[in-house]
Design a binder for this molecule. Sequence first.
Ligand code: MN
Length: 326
Amino acid sequence: MGAIVWPALLKHAAEVTFRDMTSTTSAERSLPSSDAAPRLRSVEGIHRSTGFHWVGNGFHVSTYFPSAKLPSERVSPFVLMDYGPPKEFSPLARGKRGVGWHPHRGFETVTLAWEGSVAHRDNAGHSGVIGPGDAQWMTAGAGIFHEEYHEEGLTRRGGRMHMMQLWVNLPRKHKAAPPAYQGLEARHFPGVDLPGGTVRVIAGEYGAARSPARTFTPITMLDVRLRAGGELPVTLPASYNALAVVAKGRVSAGDAEATTGELVLFANDGDRLSLTAREDSHVIVLSGEPIREPIVQYGPFVMNTVQEIEQAIEDVNRGKFGPVPE
Ligand code: MN
């Protein structure tokens, strides 16, 4: 996803570079020395979406980041988060809802669905339907074209869509990785029962449970349901960025509280975090080792330099991302 706007590239890309490179420098945060006992992370901030927009005509999402309040160094290795809370779509007799063929390079798209189904196709020969509980992990790497639409049955019948798309950055040495596709179905994800809820391990591990998702850098993604009063403890290296999105309900972390639609950003000041549900809640926990490299994002490309963005555009225009299927 992410609309392509070609004009005014150099000016725009240069601005992005300046901002992101500046903030990357400030990312060199010192970490507390390790204590004997695991230290609980504090909450750095609670963030709310700043508005909604349409991706194509199918995905009504809020882009939580990148944003000035959630700069790249605080959310790396994630680059972008588009969240589409549950939305009802009326039946459509003909046509499609979604976004047509567009390129990506330099990162991975991870699409999660809780309600509704997203049909995907790319020009590396992969296709699949991301249904409730599924996740699709697409490595754009060196370059790919793909299309993302509501699954046809959903389009005709109408129904609810509840989804999230994350852009996961690739470090410089893996930006040219061959395009790849992991279609992970709900049944592939291990579940862990807590005293007060359940955890589905979408990436990384939780306790003894390990996700089958392959990642280039260490990433943890947990899809968590908590009953009122239930607690989620997570152990993570303090250097990993960590955030939680409240899809439904109300949770607290220390003195901070977040409700439906809010994002909790944890400080990098401890090696465990804890969330307690104040009511029945659905929370997505995202964490990973930051990639400490300059980021230049322009439209559908995430690279290290402006020159690499120019190269990506040139390569698309010269057909180096391969042909687009009929
Ligand atoms: Mn896309």
